[in-house]
Design a protein. Structure first.
Length: 134
């Protein structure tokens, strides 16, 4: 007895759900990239031949210093005393707090020094300055 397989029509995969998924991902990343760019103060980061990208940038508190020597936490301008209070509060929540400092290339050294002293006075010792690699 000879068994014959039934004739099959051409099998095809419906691509429309996959295309829908790709468009949803594209829209998500476009919206997410716009949101992250809005959360920074405009500063011109200096270039350095010895710049290194930190291995882990998550969990860092971002401080910015603009060309007018104004210090910001995120996008909110703060005084030195407000900065100390905020860093102290963050240290209570996370004792291993790490701080990323984005300083404009025209910032006076005195401002950076005062910022580092303020961080040290409340116990924040893991500081890193943002630079671009030449």
């Amino acid at each position: 007895m000879k068994i014959k397989a039934p004739a099959r029509d051409d099998v095809s995969i419906d691509m429309s759900p996959m295309i829908d998924l790709v468009f949803l991902l594209l829209i998500f990343f476009m919206v997410a990239s716009v949101v992250t760019e809005l959360e920074k103060v405009e500063v011109k980061i200096p270039e350095s031949s010895h710049a290194k990208v930190p291995e882990d940038t998550k969990g860092r508190m971002m401080l910015s210093i603009d060309a007018n020597n104004q210090v910001y936490i995120g996008t909110a301008p703060v005084t030195t005393e407000e900065l100390k209070v905020e860093i102290d509060r963050e240290l209570e929540l996370n004792p291993e707090l790490r701080i990323l400092i984005r300083a404009d290339q025209r910032v006076e050294y005195k401002t950076c020094k005062d910022l580092m002293i303020a961080c040290g006075e409340v116990g924040a010792t893991d500081l890193i300055y943002a630079t671009f690699e030449e």
